[in-house]
Design a protein around this ligand. Structure first.
Ligand SMILES: Nc1ncnc2c1ncn2[C@@H]1O[C@H](COP(=O)(O)OP(=O)(O)OP(=O)(O)O)[C@@H](O)[C@H]1O
Length: 923
């Protein structure tokens, strides 16, 4: 009970204590509040008293205090009461706030600095310079900085001189101002200068528009005057009849027809015109002045205007389909873009140009006429190379070129073979090759890219801004839109590292919200970095468009290959003979097979079977088998990987044979040999040597071959690649596994031209191209084309040819060209090797007397070398591992070598005589 009471008492006491503590705190707060209120009110009264005392209405006491204040603070005493009140009130209301304390201190220091300023400006110039003297002067005259200002000035001027004192006081004052206001001084300066710059820019722009208007008015006046003069002259001439035959005056060209690049040129042209017409010489002077002004104001902008490759004419007519796409539409724009308006329309845009479409009506006897042309044709050439073509531009070139012509007409245009209309020769009993007509190919509707010039311009500026946000100053100088990607060319500002732009690839991707960007830094031959951004929609490059282009038709090589279109939309046609071997690699579904199809189809459209023969190796079975039966094929499409090695070996043998022939005829290459054969064409002799065709060996999937016979395949490829160029044998090898096991160092070293389609990693890209980049490709024919002799790969959108088109062409060729041109000799050769291989294999299985064809030779070789090694057999006899191992097993069974003993080499158990006896007896 007692315990209960004491407990209750304790609780009551605790409650009381807490309550009393709360009351104390509350009371304390109330006291502080009252104290603060009283302090502020007293302070206010004192401040007012001090203020009025300064003006002589404070009575005797006020007057005394005022004199003291002036003595100490000088002129500052006038505002001291206000400052005192504000600082104290500020400090009281922000008690315990450190920042407020710092600000109050800054205010006090600023006040002291003001005293110093007053002393510097109004102080007694020839005073004694003592503190008392400062005090007395300020107190009596109510001027100067008082004792405080005088003291500060004395110290500062003594140490740094008057100018130094001013600088220090100003600097400290600014610091105080920054502390008090928390506003950036530098920011303020920046904003101010930006405003000045913007207004100058705006003025300059207005000035330019006015100048243009004036120029336009002047031009019109000049034209009118010229027309008037012309009329007058004509009238006079008609009257006088002095010149019966009048030379027609060249019609005046509109100004836009003059190719103009840059302000300077334009101005000169104007000046000349003005001088010639001896009109308004004063205005000409003005024009010069304008140019000078512009030069000053637009120094940096002119850099953009006079960039090489820029075409003001094209720029002016940048988007003919969208009249709103001019400056007017941009007036509606808001935000930062508005001020970049001028800049925006100064970036030139290059677009893919549509080539002339072929006509539909074609005869089956039509053919492609070969013309002389540069090796890698990339420029569009006018359709005026044959007589049959009418001089009018944009006339359908295909129908013109393909229309059968009289032989004499064609001969005047080209030296090369003309399959359709070539004059009959005794050898012409052989049926002529009927070229496939263009109508077998699909006419793909050329979809106009949806990215208007305006969007491209916006993206260009956006890109510029993104990089600037990351502290990388660049200027977009050019935009080229290709079928699949658009390349923005950037010129980095002075001192910007190219690597910095490359490292921002992911940020650019993120900010532009695109799947991938590839950065080419720098673009070969240009002082610019290229950023390639995928188009919203990629347009297909049709094979028909390429085959019917002048670039392809005029290409002189029989091995012309229509690759696709580059980033500027220009048609790329290359010469396989110059490559001379091509490696194609890319992930599955990236477009390799389509590329191989376009290559083969290019050859079918360009050359006859007499000129070009094909060997196709397709371990995947489904890709190239369609071509079986075409006259160009030397043997049916090889689908058995084991046979493939045989086919490659045949090519090696053929190469050796050709070299021997060249030596006999004393020529250096196939072209020289065929030239010699041409000279004996007229001799009627069935046994005379024939022209040799160029041979293209196409392998679709090297990996499958390398799995079956790596040694043999690699060896054959390398031997061919090293020597076959002069013999007119070219290799096209594709693989979807660009690993070092498949594309070995040896193969890579011997295949100088490469095409990389999209791959999954940078490692794969490096395996193909020796550099990154292919991992950024978009797939579906987007490739990096890197032929021999190019400094860097070129991005190309490959042409597309469908299986149906291929099927139609193959059917046509089978139907119109009598039978396949399969060579029995070649087939026999390949089959013999094949049989030898299988017999070798069978020999092991049956353990019978039949052994590998190389058994005897290998045995002798091993005994002579006194070393039994499978690797040695592989190297010496150029066979694969399996076959060499089989031979070694057979030799072991025959007792020539011992059994395998771990890592140790096998023992040689027979002498050469013993082995010869064994051969006589058992083999
Ligand atoms: N040049 C191109 N233009 C447009 N689309 C293309 C182009 N090339 C390929 N494609 C598209 O990509 C698909 C795959 O192409 P393709 O069969 O050539 O790939 P691949 O690399 O040979 O694949 P795989 O190694 O599996 O055979 C095609 O069916 C086609 O739709």
């Amino acid at each position: 009970m007692a315990a209960g009471n004491s407990g209750r008492r304790r609780t009551t006491t605790r409650k009381k204590t807490t309550a009393s503590r709360k009351t104390t705190v509350k009371r304390k707060e109330e006291n502080a509040f009252i104290r603060d209120e009283v302090t502020v009110l007293i302070l206010f009264a004192v401040s007012v008293l001090l203020l009025i005392s300064n003006f002589g209405v404070g009575g005797a006491a006020g007057g005394f205090v005022s004199r003291v204040m002036f003595g100490i603070f000088g002129i500052f005493a006038y505002i001291l009461p206000i400052v005192l009140f504000l600082v104290t009130a500020f400090s009281i209301s922000n008690r315990d706030n450190t920042i407020a304390a710092v600000k109050a201190a800054a205010m006090i220091i600023a006040g002291m600095l003001l005293c110093a300023v007053f002393e510097l400006v109004f102080g007694e110039k020839d005073g004694a310079g003592t503190v008392t003297a400062f005090y007395t002067y300020a107190s009596q005259h109510k001027s100067g900085g008082g004792a405080l200002g005088g003291l500060i000035c004395k110290v500062l001027t003594g140490a740094f001189g008057v100018v130094g004192a001013w600088i220090i006081v100003a600097a400290l004052f600014i610091i105080c101002a920054v502390v008090i206001t928390e506003r950036s001084f530098i920011g303020g300066v920046k904003t101010g200068s930006r405003k000045v710059y913007d207004s100058a820019k705006e003025d300059a722009r207005r000035y330019r528009i006015q100048a243009e208007e004036r120029r336009e008015a002047r031009r019109k006046a000049m034209e009118e005057r010229a027309a008037l003069e012309e009329e007058e002259r004509e009238g006079e001439e008609a009257e006088a009849l002095e010149q019966p035959v009048k030379k027609p005056r060249e019609p005046k060209r509109p100004r836009m027809d003059h190719k103009v690049s840059g302000i300077a040129l334009e101005e000169t042209a104007l000046k000349e015109a003005a001088a010639k017409e001896s009109l308004e010489s004063v205005e000409a002077e003005q024009a010069e002045q304008e140019a000078a002004v512009k030069k000053e104001v637009y120094t940096d902008e002119m850099r953009e205007i006079t960039l090489p490759g820029m075409d003001m004419e094209a720029d002016a007519a940048s988007d003919p389909e969208d009249p709103e796409d001019g400056q007017e539409s941009f007036r509606d724009m808001e935000g930062p873009n508005l001020k970049d308006l001028d800049e925006m329309f100064r970036i030139p845009i290059h677009r893919e140009r549509k080539s002339a479409e072929p006509e539909e009506h074609e005869t089956e006897s039509e053919s492609v006429i070969q013309m002389e042309s540069p090796e890698f044709v990339r420029e569009e050439t006018p359709a005026q190379t044959t007589r049959a073509v009418t001089p009018i531009r944009n006339v359908e070139p295909i129908s013109a070129v393909h229309t059968p012509e009289p032989a004499h007409q064609v001969q005047t245009t080209s030296q090369t073979a003309l399959p359709v209309s070539a004059p009959e020769t005794p050898m012409a009993a052989k049926p002529e090759y009927v070229y496939p007509p263009l109508r077998l190919l699909n006419q793909v509707k050329h979809t106009e890219n949806k990215d208007t010039d305006r969007i491209l311009h916006e993206t260009a500026l956006h890109l510029q801004q993104i990089l600037r946000d990351f502290g990388v100053g660049v200027t977009v100088t050019d935009v080229s839109q290709g079928p699949a990607v658009t390349r923005y060319e950037l010129q980095p500002d002075q001192g910007v590292k190219v690597n910095k732009i490359v490292s921002l690839a992911d940020d650019i991707k993120l900010n532009l919200a695109v799947t991938d960007v590839r950065i080419e830094a720098p673009i070969p031959g240009k002082a610019a970095v290229g950023i390639e951004v995928p188009n919203a929609e990629n347009s297909i490059v049709s094979f028909r468009e390429l085959v019917s282009s002048q670039e392809f038709k005029n290409h002189k090589s029989k091995l012309a290959f229509a690759v696709g279109k580059d980033i500027a939309g220009k048609i790329m046609v290359t010469d396989i003979a110059k490559m001379p071997h091509l490696l194609i690699a890319g992930a599955t579904g990236s477009g390799k097979s389509v590329c191989i199809n376009t290559l083969i189809m290019s050859l079918l459209y360009k050359s006859s079977p007499d000129e070009v023969k094909l060997i196709m190796i397709d371990p995947k079975v489904v890709e190239l088998s369609t071509y079986n039966g075409i006259p160009h094929l030397l043997i049916p499409v090889v689908t058995d990987p084991k046979k493939a090695a045989g086919a490659l070996n045949w090519a090696v043998a053929e190469m050796t044979h050709r070299y021997k022939l060249f030596a006999d005829y004393n020529v250096r290459n196939l072209a020289g040999y065929n030239e010699k054969i041409k000279n004996i064409e007229h001799i009627e002799d069935d046994t005379k040597p024939q022209k040799l065709p160029q041979i293209v060996i196409v392998v679709d999937e090297l990996a499958d071959l390398m799995m079956v016979a790596p040694g043999e395949v690699e060896d054959a490829i390398c031997r061919l690649a090293q020597l076959a160029r002069a013999a007119g044998i070219h290799l096209i090898i594709a693989t979807q596994r660009p690993s070092v096991n498949v594309i070995t160092g040896l193969i890579k070293a011997n295949m100088p031209s490469r095409i990389a389609f999209a791959v999954s990693s940078g490692v794969d890209s490096r395996t193909i191209l020796d550099m990154n980049g292919a991992e950024k490709l978009l797939g579906k024919g987007d490739m990096l084309f890197y032929p021999y002799g190019y400094p860097k790969p070129v991005r190309v959108q490959g042409a597309f040819v469908s299986d149906e088109e291929v099927g139609a062409v193959v059917e046509f060729l089978k139907e119109h060209n009598s039978g396949s041109g399969y060579s029995e000799a070649v087939e026999e050769h390949i089959n013999t090797v094949q049989t030898a291989e299988s017999e070798g294999a069978a020999g092991t299985q049956n353990d019978g007397p039949e052994r590998d064809a190389l058994f005897a030779e290998a045995g002798r070789f091993i005994i002579e070398k006194d070393k039994a090694s499978i690797g040695m057999l592989q190297r010496w006899f150029k066979v694969g591992f399996n076959r060499a191992a089989r031979i070694m097993d057979q030799l072991a069974e025959a007792g020539v070598v011992g059994e395998e003993a771990g890592t140790k080499p096998r023992e040689i158990q027979m002498t050469l005589e013993e082995f010869e006896r064994y051969l006589d007896e058992y083999v």
